[in-house]
Design a protein around this ligand. Sequence first.
Ligand SMILES: *Cc1c(COP(=O)(O)O)cnc(C)c1O
Length: 412
Amino acid sequence: MSVMSQTAPYDVEAVRSDFPIFRTEIRGKPLAFLDSGASAQKPQAVLDAMDALYTGAYANVHRGAYMLSEKATAAYEGSREIVRGFINARSVKEIVYTRNATEGINLVASSYGRKFLKAGDAVLISEMEHHANIVPWQLLREQIGIELRIVPVADDGSWLMEEYRKRLDGVKLVALTHTSNVLGTVTPAKEITALAHAAGAKVLLDGSQAVVHRTVDMQDIDCDFYVFTGHKLYGPTGIGVLYGKEALLDAMPPYQGGGDMIRIVTFEKSTWADLPHKFEAGTPAIAEAVGLGAAIRYVEGVGIERIAQHETQLLNYATQRLSAVKGLNIHGTAVGKAGVISFTLDSAHPHDISTIVDRAGVAIRAGHHCAQPLMARLGVPATARASLAMYSTKAEIDQLAAALDVVVEMFS
Ligand SMILES: *Cc1c(COP(=O)(O)O)cnc(C)c1O
């Protein structure tokens, strides 16, 4: 692993060489991978950590009073401490492993929602939410009759604090994206949280796109819940994180029942394990948790703020370069946005765009990006999206821009 010194200039080629996928060619062309917003590639360190667990320290966790199980448990719980440090939570009791961000939000909707919300209580979301932060609340609305209230966003994707403030009356839970996966908009999490708390509401933030681009600090933001997903943070699939304040998690009922989450079971009554295990029913994703820990260590080794700087420079370059493509419109230009560029072409449908640029070895996303209400708001059926990561390069942007010129020519 060639983690750079934190003081040396950002060496994107060194970072890239840590990701084996970049040795792959696509149709004989170098791979330009611009879809990390959907799922990021994995550094060798993550593969090695999972491999080492399976080859030398694998057993089920928390159960066996034998060496291998103790080793596996130490690795699994060690990752939890890495996650805690990464988001600066107070305690590992506040770090619940989930399958992904989606499961984290469903957990809060089911457990917190059904216990603490009642008919008529409002849950506030925004126009730029991922389906993962819309549908669980609609399910809850069907189950218990909550009101779902929507904050509009500006045409350029900017967060509208006044619109938010105006809608807080009667809200019991604010559930918002910390960074839009379509527009790149970074929401002012700390201010949003303070206003919600002043109005008597709890706050859940969807950090799926935020933790990969910025430092996030639970104690600074002071939100009540925070979710993210491992596979976008250079870790494996099948592992995500729900952060929750200890007192809240303590007061919430289990989300699923089964092994690992109980203290004592009798046919009459069962009691629950301590946090965070109360919310981790069944055999967990052991190797995936270890992989996530390795991914975070890797990101910390490079430095999240240096990654952010690299991505911001590249975002500026890409914005300029793509704006020069004939008939190209960028959706989402909020100040301080993250490295996500959604765009449409006057001449070609997003699906055609992605299919054609793929021929040039360029992987971008096309579609509704799990944000259909936002597509409706933008007045487009779909967009194409290029998303940046720690390993993205100017050459990849040039490769995309050249491929887009070809698309424009084909459709003119
Ligand atoms: C990807 C994403 C999710 C869902 O992540 P999963 O891993 O599919 O659970 C939720 N919100 C945002 C903003 C995302 O980008």
